[in-house]
Design a protein around this ligand. Structure first.
Ligand code: EPU
Length: 425
């Protein structure tokens, strides 16, 4: 198991290009299952999660080829085993987004029920409600969700709001199933995240008829067939935000390219609030850290609010602000595994239910720390860039799930990170 040794503090400067979005790529790979034939996807990042999804799609009976330049082809001519097995789903919850497309294409699907994970319980009740509303029969057997619609699916009006707002992958599943249903489906309280909009645009490029893209009311007029597509995924706004946070925490100056600032207004707003400069520049922006970071409050919300996937990274930045901040997590109220680890690096964070009070400190001090999930590990890497001494981040595989060779890219900006084998299991 690899570890990072991070020598700090450093001040980052230079240019970095953002990769294609992980969370757009996964459902778009699932969408390719809707159309017999070969789809070509562009801008797919080289990540562990993409490899797991590739494995999942291959065992359905499809052929997947991946090239180093982000090009990935999926030949979905044959699907002879519409099953998402436990051994793959337990590695990656996002596997659940094969449910909708396989149900629509094959009339039957079995997917292992995802369990909880480091960021919380993560139920899928809304996915199942939506598919039932489209006419599927759904039951649970031996830990598997089995959904069947031998006569095909029928359009319906579906409300997808839950106690924490809408659901990103639930909206993706229902939208993909509805694309091939008979008649009109209306999804009310649909997730508005740019990754959901990207999926809808890809489906339309395959011949689907979806309107209201990016809004909470999606209207989907079902079609009989979808065709294979060539489609480029959007840049990863969470990766872009992580590089912004890296510039902020090191007081550096970083030019971030291939970044859609329009998708990131809540993040830019919070960074500007703490004194960081974010200037649009070409197809991205230049981020300049502040002499002194001003404290600020952050509440995570569904898009266009501040994303939960950047909560941990911004908390690391606020740990060095000049005063007290409050971070409230409204999407995954238990997503605070990074708090105790950041405190091991001399941060002063106190968890109070779904909130953390961040008392800014003058400096962070290196320590051995444990990565627990993808975004929490990114926060520890950021803290390591700013901390005095050598920080060891264990269980780096978490970060490899969502960031492509993050250490090489940060090193090109002036970081001093080495990847070593070993570390604490
Ligand atoms: N929820 C329900 N019922 C459901 C589904 C969700 O109550 O049926 C709740 C969840 O427990 C949570 C909230 O609704 O409180 C939002 O969850 P959502 O379903 O939107 O999350 P997701 O679709 O499983 C995606 C991303 C996550 C990201 C969330 C929120 C992918 C592959 N995953 O998960 O990304 O945090 O949306 O924006 O797109 C990450 O990349 O690190 C990551 C965890």
């Amino acid at each position: 198991m690899d570890v990072f040794q991070i020598e700090g503090p450093v001040r980052l400067s230079g240019d970095v290009e953002v990769n294609g979005s992980k969370n757009a790529s996964l459902p778009i790979m699932a969408a390719a299952l809707l159309a017999p034939g070969r789809s070509t996807l562009l801008g797919i990042p080289q990540l562990a999660d993409i490899s797991v999804f590739k494995e999942l799609i291959e065992q359905l009976g499809c052929q997947v080829q991946r090239q180093s330049d982000g090009l990935l082809t999926i030949d979905a001519t044959t699907i002879d085993n519409p099953v998402g097995p436990y051994d793959i789903v337990r590695k990656m919850r996002a596997s659940i987004c094969i449910l909708g497309p396989l149900l629509a294409r094959c009339g039957r699907v079995e997917v292992s029920m995802p369990g909880g994970c480091a960021i919380g319980d993560r139920p899928i009740d809304l996915h199942l409600t939506g598919l039932r509303r489209l006419g599927a029969q759904v039951h649970l057997k031996n830990g598997y969700v089995i959904a069947e619609a031998p006569q095909g699916l029928k359009g319906a009006s579906i409300f997808l709001g839950g106690p924490f707002g809408s659901t990103v992958l639930g909206t993706a599943n229902v939208m993909m199933a509805a694309a091939l249903a008979k008649g009109r489906t209306i999804i009310e309280s649909a997730a508005c995240e740019p990754e959901v909009a990207d999926l809808a645009n890809c489906l339309n490029a395959m011949g689907a008829r979806i309107t209201g893209i990016g809004a909470p009311r999606l209207v989907i007029d079902g079609v009989n067939h979808l065709h294979p597509v060539q489609y480029r995924v959007i840049p990863d706004r969470i990766e872009a935000g992580t590089f912004m946070a890296a510039a902020a925490i090191t007081g550096g100056q970083v030019h971030i390219t291939h970044c859609r600032l329009d998708d990131m207004m809540a993040v830019v707003d919070r960074l500007q609030n703490i004194g960081v400069t974010v200037e649009p520049n070409g197809d991205g922006c230049t981020v300049v850290g502040a002499e002194r970071l001003v404290p600020a409050d952050i509440t995570t919300q569904p898009y266009p609010g501040f994303p939960t996937d950047l909560q941990a990274q911004l908390m690391a930045v606020l740990a060095l602000a000049d005063g007290n901040s409050v971070v409230i997590e409204k999407i995954f109220p238990d997503r605070f595994m990074h708090v105790a680890e950041l405190n091991r690096m001399a941060a002063n964070l106190r968890k109070e239910g779904p909130a953390v009070i961040v008392a800014g400190v003058k400096k962070l001090i290196a320590a051995p720390v444990m990565a627990s999930d993808l975004r929490a590990s990114a926060a520890l890497v950021l803290a390591g860039l700013a901390a005095e001494g050598v920080t060891t981040v264990n269980r780096v595989y978490h970060i490899d799930r969502g960031y492509e060779r993050i250490e090489e890219r940060l090193n090109r900006l002036g970081a001093k990170i080495t990847r070593e084998e070993g570390g604490t299991v």
